[in-house]
Design a protein around this ligand. Structure first.
Ligand SMILES: NC(=O)c1ccc[n+]([C@@H]2O[C@H](COP(=O)([O-])OP(=O)(O)OC[C@H]3O[C@@H](n4cnc5c(N)ncnc54)[C@H](O)[C@@H]3O)[C@@H](O)[C@H]2O)c1
Length: 446
């Protein structure tokens, strides 16, 4: 049996800092408030609803994850957010139109108390929206310091013992790492000089890490992938995770693609398109923000199919991803997938999937799980990227020496085995030889 890792206790309150108070954030916050009132259930959340098997199948030991690992309780959570619009969480949730007026009404007073702090915003990174609730400062370093001040104030005012930050703000335009992102020194110099290659999301991440706060990137843009922030997180012993919540179409893709590969069925083409009409859709209507999303959505199939290892089956597969802004849909995203496959003797077949989902209903439990697991990681002294949380991301962070794991079953097994490992329990291999007779040692007479 593995040795149990020392995990500091879960005493006190946990603050959740959210850059962005839009559809995902408000659906998450209101959902937690409704769940702790006992009004509605937190479906979709592993930390609240899933069990974990310990030991052998015939031992029948499957506690809830939240009873097995020491996680913060919903009743111990406090929320704070930044947004470029001044709407409080109730107003923002009403505008997002995800949860009903009737449900939001049950937690209206609590939601109204969450007023967004002024944001760090740069129109060069998010083109299609503009708001007034924005910080001013002489340099990007000064803006980072203002964010740090906000974080400290939140901690003090709510008497928090720990905090976690989860980016739920708009997707920034596609960028690649520049020399200013290479080291902590060059990054800090760049902040002081307001280098244009430093995005608002990087400023939030920097401020959080400097304040000892684990940081999650729920959007597909660069932020944590730059060497400077990875190094800063390791140096300060802070967990980081990203990127881009795996909610609708990619969730389906990373379950269906492994199935095809397991059966050695070939794929000629995979066409994915989405229509959505929320503010996220509006932002993604800009080519730069769409490119960030497209890159993160496209990466999974290439890794799952391994075309270099299986050229006959997957080499040259045509993969196209589209997102169309269509306001009448609002948060009810509709995703279509057309998959052209082939089997025995190369005979063609097709799979068509039409997923009528609600984006923020799928994303909210991911925000909750990530916040609670990142707090666990911090208390277990796990720093830098948290690959065991790949399950929640479209483009999971990974060590440079390995490829990212996209197969959702493997990601899920990895997550649960990490929890078993942390608690000093045997890992589950699914071997099960002990239940069968076999030549040599079994009961069968040869
Ligand atoms: N809902 C999903 O299924 C899903 C899945 C994966 C990723 N995401 C990502 O999560 C993010 C949030 O999605 P959403 O549907 O809530 O979008 P949204 O547009 O409803 O909310 C985003 C909010 O961020 C604010 N904002 C923009 N830039 C900001 C900044 N620099 N600082 C503070 N606030 C800022 C906007 O004003 C807006 O209110 C998006 O980046 C989206 O791509 C969502």
């Amino acid at each position: 049996m593995a040795k149990k890792i020392e995990i500091s206790p879960v005493d006190g309150r946990l603050g959740i800092l959210l850059p962005g108070l839009g559809a995902v954030s408000t659906t998450f916050i209101a959902g937690v408030m409704l769940a702790r009132k006992g009004a509605l259930k937190p479906f979709g959340s592993l930390t609240q609803m899933q069990t974990i098997r310990l030991g052998k199948r015939d031992e029948s030991k499957s506690p809830l994850i939240r009873d097995f690992v020491p996680l913060a309780k919903l009743s111990d959570l406090e929320f704070a957010a930044w947004d470029i619009f001044p709407d409080n969480a109730y107003e923002a949730a009403m505008k997002a139109g995800v949860l009903s007026k009737e449900h939001l009404g049950l937690v209206k007073d609590e939601l109204e108390k969450i007023k967004p702090m002024k944001a760090v915003f740069d129109r060069n990174y998010v083109k299609n929206i503009e708001g007034e609730n924005v910080k001013e400062g002489k340099s990007k370093l000064e803006l980072a310091n203002q964010l740090r001040e906000d974080i400290r104030k939140f901690k003090q005012e709510k008497k928090l013992s720990r905090m976690v930050a989860v980016w739920c703000a708009s997707t920034e335009t596609y960028t690649e790492a520049q020399p200013v992102h290479a080291t902590i020194e060059s990054f800090e110099k760049g902040l002081a000089q307001s280098n244009p290659a430093i995005s608002p999301s990087m400023i939030y991440a920097y401020a959080a890490i400097m304040e000892g706060v684990p940081y999650v990137n729920g959007a597909p843009h660069l932020t944590l992938d730059i060497p400077a922030l990875g190094e800063l997180a390791r140096q300060k012993g802070i967990p980081i995770a990203g990127k881009d919540f795996k909610t609708g179409q990619t969730l389906v893709k990373t379950a269906v693609a492994p199935m095809l590969k397991m059966r050695m069925l070939g794929v000629r083409g995979w066409f994915s398109t989405n229509i959505l009409g929320n503010r996220d859709g509006l932002v993604l209507d800009d080519a730069g923000s769409f490119k960030s999303k497209e890159m993160s959505k496209k990466s999974s199939l290439e890794y799952i199919f391994q075309p270099d290892m299986y050229p006959d089956l997957y080499k040259g597969m045509y993969h196209k991803v589209r997102i169309e802004y269509y306001p009448p849909k609002n948060d009810d995203k509709e995703g279509w997938d057309n998959i052209d496959i082939f089997g025995w003797m190369g005979y063609p077949m097709q799979i068509k999937i039409n997923f009528l989902c609600k984006d923020s209903i799928l994303a909210a439990p991911i925000v909750l799980d990530l916040a609670l697991f990142m707090d666990l990681a911090r208390r277990a002294k796990m720093s830098g990227m948290q690959e065991w949380l790949s399950f929640y991301f479209k483009a999971p962070m990974h060590a440079p020496s390995v490829y990212p794991e996209h197969d959702i079953s493997i990601q899920h097994m990895k997550l649960k085995n990490t929890l078993r490992y942390l608690m000093g329990k045997d890992l589950i291999t699914h071997l099960g030889m002990e239940y069968y007779d076999y030549w040599g040692e079994g009961k069968i007479e040869g």
